[in-house]
Design a protein around this ligand. Structure first.
Ligand code: FES
Length: 292
């Protein structure tokens, strides 16, 4: 098979897909078990993972100590399979904003069951800024409790997070007077983008502003915005292949494949594109990027 840009061939991507699907099938089988059998299977999984993590950490530490090893390590991380393994064992860390977004996603069903929701505004200096919606909004006791729960979940999952700040609801769109593409409304952080007709279904549009490099994707009429940075090595994704049939975008650099609607990485299950809020007003696309 033809090699991709860094020499990672399609065989290794196929192998990764095959291995990942074996894991998914085994995990689904374990989830069907009950009682002691399930506990034992999960403990076996944890024990094997702990063993692998310890061994991998020693290998990486040893390689980092040697200049030649360091070089080799960088080459190895280019391989999606090795990268996925390192992320899985937290040897390579995802960007903080992506990890924060995941914790908030996990908390969302609980918040929604209480009639509320949370929106990530930005992560700055290890402080997470969020906006609360629905019954979470305001100064009621439940809003305070939910905010504290969000903070506890974030601190438990991401120890470097030092606090959570709730920011005020944004002003309505009528207060924002767009003048040109890329202009940022200072009070709300929304940036005006292209007209919807300039991003037809099955296409993508790159928008670079002073705040962020943004990729807008139109998948069959469904619009999404992401930071234009692959979760693998942060390289731009806009030269990648958008496949409206499968609803995926493939990174042009080493072949990581993403769900073009959600940004979920289908190659390395732990990776994710950083999504930005997007809305359409009077035929124009607006995006609110976080700084990164
Ligand atoms: S797959 Fe390596 S930068 Fe995208």
């Amino acid at each position: 098979m033809a090699p991709t840009r860094n020499g990672v061939d399609h065989v290794s991507l196929d192998a990764l897909e095959h291995l990942a699907s074996r894991i998914d099938q085994a995990a689904a089988a374990v989830n069907k078990l009950e009682g002691e059998a399930r506990d034992s299977a999960l403990e076996l999984q944890r024990a094997i993972e702990a063993f692998h993590k310890e061994a991998l950490t020693r290998i990486v530490r040893r390689l980092k100590d040697d200049p030649r090893g360091k070089e080799l390590l960088f080459e190895l991380v280019d391989d999606p399979l090795v990268y996925a393994l390192f992320v899985r064992h937290e040897i390579v860390r995802l960007p903080t904003a992506v990890r924060v977004a995941r914790v908030l996603d996990a908390a969302r069903p609980y918040l929604r069951s209480h009639g509320g929701d949370v929106e990530l505004v930005e992560v700055r200096d290890n402080v997470v800024y969020v906006r609360l919606h629905g019954s979470c909004n305001g100064c009621s006791l439940s809003a305070v409790t939910l905010r504290n729960e969000i903070e506890a979940a974030l601190r438990a999952a991401i120890p470097e997070i030092t606090g959570v700040q709730v920011v005020a609801p944004e002003p309505g769109p009528a207060l924002i007077m767009p003048e040109s593409i890329g202009v940022r409304d200072r009070s709300s952080g929304w940036i005006i983008g292209p007209a919807v007709e300039d991003v037809p279904p099955g296409s993508m549009h790159r928008m670079e502003t002073g705040q962020a490099d943004i990729l807008i994707i139109n998948l069959d009429g469904q619009l999404s915005a992401f930071r234009n940075a692959c979760a693998h090595q942060g390289l731009p994704l806009d030269g990648g292949l958008l496949d409206p049939q499968s609803g995926t975008i493939t990174c042009p650099w080493h072949g990581f494949c993403y769900d073009a609607g959600s940004g979920e990485c289908l190659t390395a299950p732990q990776a994710q594109l950083e999504p930005f809020p997007l809305r359409v007003e009077q035929g124009r696309i607006w995006v609110r990027p976080t700084e990164g």
